[in-house]
Design a protein around this ligand. Sequence first.
Ligand SMILES: NC(=O)c1ccc[n+]([C@@H]2O[C@H](COP(=O)([O-])OP(=O)(O)OC[C@H]3O[C@@H](n4cnc5c(N)ncnc54)[C@H](O)[C@@H]3O)[C@@H](O)[C@H]2O)c1
Length: 327
Amino acid sequence: MRILVTGGAGFIGSHYVRTLLGPDGPGGLDTVTVLDKLTYAGNPANLDGVRDDARFEFVHGDIRDAELVGKLVAEHDQVVHFAAESHVDRSILGAAEFVLTNVVGTQTLLDAALHSGPTTFVYVSTDEVYGSIAEGSWPETDPLSPNSPYAASKAAGDLLALSYHRTHGLDVRVTRCSNNYGTHHFPEKVIPLFITNLLDGLKVPLYGDGLNVRDWLHVDDHVRGIELVRAGGRSGEVYNIGGGTELNNRELTGLLLEAFGADESSIAYVEDRKGHDRRYSVDWTKIKEELGYHPRKDFATGLAETVAWYRDNRAWWEPLKAGARVG
Ligand SMILES: NC(=O)c1ccc[n+]([C@@H]2O[C@H](COP(=O)([O-])OP(=O)(O)OC[C@H]3O[C@@H](n4cnc5c(N)ncnc54)[C@H](O)[C@@H]3O)[C@@H](O)[C@H]2O)c1
């Protein structure tokens, strides 16, 4: 089995590659190739743990490069597609890169898969494609109603992937996961931003009234869900991945302040994000019943481990923080 992982130098993709090649990875893997452009969010250091594995290969390149992508996809049996511009705030400042990578890049990969031998294509989508929900949870059958340019570009890639299944019969599987947290998370995202600010004795910027709700899932649980879908999911199907801990941003901030022995005076209230979705919540019954998925990491343990990792790995995040400021 030869697997091509796009965006494998980023946060979730690198966790995925370490899992594939780790002691709990699937048997029978011949090659795991990462294709990554190494944008500001891609970090070769995220792959240090697997660099010496004989099955691992790294290719520095762009998913929009049709010639390169065509060659690489033809050399692999499966594609797990993580590569994306992933930060909502950046998409509000400028959407062009989001459309080029998340839409055109996805279409380039899909075309390559179509013109190769039989290829399984896993598209790593997001719960943000559904929009915002005040109560209850979205099943996979709900219509997509994305609000930010990031979510809209992910929805376009998601629907394109499904269209290649319906039109051409390509073996496409889509996952839509809730917010992830864990180690190696770029320090522009709320949890690592707040942790690293607190480590530096700085205030944490809380958007608006702080009552936006997210379902926080440990990255290892997301990776486990993707693996179940890659190995046993059905072609043409969408699988929500959730089951984390639902918290509003005030509650999340309170837990982080507590971890540092800090109080409310460390909060700086800032103007709300434009079009800020109020709440996300996916119904993950389908992946639980069909594939036996269940999240394993409880939030208190996962958050404590994450805080400890950032405390111990200042050399990883400190150089990244200057580039992280977008507003
Ligand atoms: N972070 C979350 O909470 C979350 C939740 C659900 C789904 N997702 C999805 O999971 C995927 C990975 O998210 P992440 O948080 O790890 O993102 P990330 O920003 O940490 O990593 C993205 C990676 O893609 C690479 N990349 C960007 N443009 C590229 C291009 N044109 N060609 C090749 N490589 C390119 C970057 O260099 C980087 O390594 C994304 O598709 C995202 O939409 C993320």
